[in-house]
Design a protein around this ligand. Sequence first.
Ligand SMILES: [Zn+2]
Length: 298
Amino acid sequence: MNKQPLLQKAKNIVGARRIHALDRCDALLAKLQQNPAWNSCTTQLKQAQIAFAQSHGQDQVACQKIAKLKAQQAGILQKLGVHPSKLQPQFHCKACQDRGFVDGKMCKCLQAEFLQLLGESSNVANKGYTFQASTEQNPKNAIVYEKAQKAMDDGKNLLLLGNTGTGKTYLVCACVNHAVAQGKTALFTTAYSLNSLFLECHIGNAETRQAVMESLMEVDVLAIDDLGTENVYKNVTAEYLFSLVNERMFRGKQTVVSTNLTLQSIRNRYDERLFSRLVDQQKTLVALLVGDDKRIVK
Ligand SMILES: [Zn+2]
């Protein structure tokens, strides 16, 4: 999976908004220029403003003229049914004026677009998988569901252990949907997709790396399904995962991880640092789902 085009795609979406805003504004100004009353008023206004500036703010006649002409302009706009704000480009994002970056950093609007695309390209969390709709019969698992919902409300992280088919993915989706229902931003992804993204970051340029990692760090709830099914790339998988999980903890963002691995095999597969973050006692609910594979039809 190639993620670099996703960032480009997100940039294009934001960039298109800017072009659209500028075009609309240009089109309006061009239309106004065809109006003789507007033209005459605008020309006079410019002259008065120049006179006022040249007098270093002393020319009271010019000052009064400016006020009068501005009122005239407003009157013309009102007649034409044009709101004065429309004379400036109406950007979708005020922070970056639809450039996607502010002071060299990725703007929230571009992050949101990128995450949206990333979510769509990953296995999108099943919207029907909710705590309310759960038909979990196993009493032990039902307790885990209750605890998980509470942990989500308490802003905790989750590490869900259990064999294949014990309903981990359902629970991860339920957590994501629960967060979304509360107005939080959430991304459901698989360890496999995330790992591909890490690799892209690693071989990509600094801008891509910063943009992608920043987006992943900022989303309120990041769900990583099936940790352990991805390849372990040297200098990439454990390192990027640690940096992501660690920074998200620091920022108070929630991470939900599901895995078939046991705690011991998590420690063996990655490293002590990542392990200690994933099972952090104070900030994480570590829970085990039990039972037979639900996907096997008996
Ligand atoms: Zn923006």
